[in-house]
Write a protein that binds this ligand. Structure first.
Ligand SMILES: NC(=O)c1ccc[n+]([C@@H]2O[C@H](COP(=O)([O-])OP(=O)(O)OC[C@H]3O[C@@H](n4cnc5c(N)ncnc54)[C@H](OP(=O)(O)O)[C@@H]3O)[C@@H](O)[C@H]2O)c1
Length: 274
């Protein structure tokens, strides 16, 4: 019997939330991990947890993906740390940049576009020539790619573009044996969604547990899933489906609720209404 070789994985945004969850899920499956994020102490802590939970290796790679150098050097650093190019590349890092567009400064827009979109594009371009047959590219998208939300125009734009990127790229890479998996997580309790628990409208958004979401992603990756991995809640599926089939009705619904969404995604201490 042939024993499958351990997965060798680069996870961006691996120091918190869903990225931490998928890293730990893959650690339990004996993967070698390289974790990227801006905060070294968070990465060190998750690497220590990953080693405890069975990772073959877990290496922190602090980098800012909004910076040219951070994106340019990451894959080479991961290849050194893992002893070869990663067999699984997980683009999970992202910034929400929520609130009315006019109140965001240009640097914040640039950071979000770089972290959420340019980093996956550039790093994937560097990875493909070295990607092994059977390698998997994982793109962490969002329901906002299917149903863009009020107060999240930049985030929704980057996630819709990331989804389109994965769909188009699959035509190029599938014949070479490289898989593309696009993940649609449910609303999940993480640093990114912290504000939603304190929505000024007093609404509580049901939130999934980040470790459970990460475990489901890890199981799908280990099983070689490709295409879309839809982990969205029932309500999110309905909204996405409504948007696809009856876009005018979906827009009217979201327009009526726009104040709630703006409240929920506007950073604490800022005026949510434009
Ligand atoms: N939570 C949800 O409800 C939800 C729903 C759908 C999709 N998602 C997606 O799930 C993914 C993970 O988000 P999350 O909810 O787990 O939030 P999170 O805990 O805030 O994770 C985002 C990660 O990205 C990293 N990151 C952000 N900017 C970066 C940069 N410039 N360079 C390097 N790393 C950067 C952050 O680390 P540092 O701050 O240390 O850099 C952090 O670890 C994202 O793609 C998000 O869009 C989340």
């Amino acid at each position: 019997m042939v024993t499958p070789s351990p997965l060798s994985v680069l996870v961006t945004g691996g120091g918190s939330g869903i990225g931490r969850g998928v890293a730990l899920g893959l650690a339990r499956r004996g993967a070698a991990l390289a974790l990227c994020g801006r905060r070294p102490e968070r990465l060190e802590a998750v690497c220590a947890e990953a080693r405890e939970q069975g990772a073959l290796r877990a290496v922190p790679l602090p980098a800012d993906l909004a910076e040219d150098d951070g994106r340019a050097c990451l894959l080479a650093r991961a290849t050194d740390a893992l002893g070869g190019p990663p067999t699984v590349l997980i683009h999970n890092a992202a910034l929400l940049t929520g609130g009315p567009l006019a109140s965001r400064d240009e640097r914040a827009l640039e950071e979000a576009v770089c972290a959420n979109l340019l980093a996956p594009l550039e790093i994937t371009r560097r990875w493909l020539p070295a990607a092994p047959r059977g390698g998997t590219l994982v793109l962490v998208a969002s329901m906002t790619a299917l149903a863009p939300l009020p107060g999240a125009s930049v985030y929704s734009a980057t996630k819709a573009a990331l989804r389109a990127f994965g769909m188009a790229l699959a035509y190029e890479v599938t014949p070479r044996g490289v898989h593309v998996l696009t993940v649609f997580p449910p609303a999940t309790a993480t640093e990114m969604t912290r504000g939603m628990a304190r929505s000024a409208a007093g609404r509580r958004y049901p939130m999934a547990d980040a470790e459970r979401v990460g475990e489901r992603m890890a199981a799908a990756i280990a099983a070689g899933r490709t295409g879309d991995l839809n982990l969205m809640s029932g309500g999110e599926r309905i909204l996405a489906g409504l948007h696809r089939l009856f876009p005018a009705a979906a827009r009217a619904l979201l327009h009526a609720r726009r104040g709630d969404f703006l409240d929920a995604v506007t950073p604490a201490g800022e005026e949510p209404r434009p």
